[in-house]
Design a protein around this ligand. Structure first.
Ligand SMILES: [Zn+2]
Length: 340
């Protein structure tokens, strides 16, 4: 199974580029930029990752990214993610970035997006990985700040495929950002939002995503299983979920393999992703692997999750067909009992 997962051509749709900052790289950048860190070895940094909920994770996440200052820093960060992703069989990635977490520290929007974009171009040429960029707003900041950043992004809108919403969900419902997302849609952006696992008002937030925001996708969203009608609505509208098993484990002490299997059986387009792999110490293959171990997932189920990711990716039908053919060829070469 491990070998099967490793070779599978994959799409990753829920990955925060700032969440790929490995401890070694964080120390290198701190050194390069003359920043003093609380911990001086990669091991000490990893030991400090003591998450048990969303706020405790976010505290480490925002603290780590203070070393990112220059265009070259963002370029290097993004290149390293693509190198790792390519080594794990990722052929297409939709990558989140959090501009407000940088502009609030005095780093220009242009610096951030230029570095990421340059790395995307090089990854396409040198590694054969295609990618899209999704700009996330921080939901614990104001809707005015989100709108200001939406306007800031417009000169670069040909570099951005969609907008998302992340950070601390408590008391920050999707409806708070309704105007921002309506405006984003007018500019042609695709829409997604985080509905993290087991948050206060999770079901209400998922409902708002569907009815008030009109999202194309939901990040996490596993709690939809608690409401049959909501689940049917999701299937009816063809809205996919980008689920992150290892990330979920920090919050609910389970890789949510039962929930993922139920979502598959109900026809929800559920996918597997790594979220913030440097912090959760697991990239995409490790996320598939825990499903094989905890949930005894079959090759057929793993393939279904992979197919879903290409199906709900923000790509043209023609491009999707090319990736699905690649997936089909791989599966055929590996096993005659798995069907696509
Ligand atoms: Zn996320």
């Amino acid at each position: 199974m491990r070998q099967f997962i490793e070779g599978l051509p994959k799409a990753e749709l829920h990955i925060h580029i700032e969440g790929t900052l490995e401890p070694e790289h964080c120390l290198e950048l701190a050194n390069r930029n003359g920043i003093a860190l609380q911990h001086n070895t990669p091991e000490a940094i990893v030991r400090s990752y003591d998450f048990n909920d969303l706020p405790s994770f976010l505290s480490a996440y925002y603290s780590g990214m203070q070393v990112l200052l220059t265009e070259q820093d963002f370029y290097d960060l993004t290149c390293r993610y693509f190198q790792k992703a390519a080594s794990e069989g990722v052929v297409y990635a939709e990558v989140f970035f959090d501009p407000q977490a940088h502009t609030s520290r005095g780093v220009d929007f242009e610096t951030v997006i230029s570095g990421i974009h340059r790395a995307q171009k090089d990854a396409r040429q040198e590694l054969g990985i295609e990618s899209g960029l999704i700009m996330c707003f921080l939901r614990d900041m104001s809707a005015e700040s989100a709108m200001e950043h939406l306007h800031m992004s417009l000169p670069y809108k040909h570099w951005i495929i969609g907008v998302g919403l992340d950070s601390d969900e408590r008391d920050n419902p999707p409806s708070k950002f309704a105007e921002v997302f309506i405006e984003a849609r007018k500019h042609g952006f695709r829409l997604t939002m985080h509905c993290d696992v087991n948050q206060q008002d999770s079901l209400l937030h998922i409902r708002e995503c569907l009815d008030q925001i009109g999202v194309d996708r939901i990040d996490h969203g596993v709690n939809v299983l608690e409401d049959e009608e909501l689940c049917l609505d999701l299937v009816h509208r063809g809205i996919g979920l980008t689920v992150c098993p290892v990330s979920n484990h920090y919050v609910v002490q389970s890789f949510t393999s039962d929930e993922i299997r139920s979502l598959i059986s109900k026809g929800v387009k559920v996918t597997v992703n790594s979220d913030d792999p440097a912090y959760f110490r697991a990239y995409i293959n490790e996320n598939f692997q825990v499903l094989a171990e905890e949930g005894d997932f079959s090759q057929q189920e793993i393939v279904q999750l992979t197919k879903n990711a290409f199906d709900i990716a923000w790509l043209s039908d023609d491009v999707k067909a090319v990736y699905l053919k690649k997936l089909e060829n791989y599966v055929a070469s590996f096993s005659s009992s798995v069907v696509i």
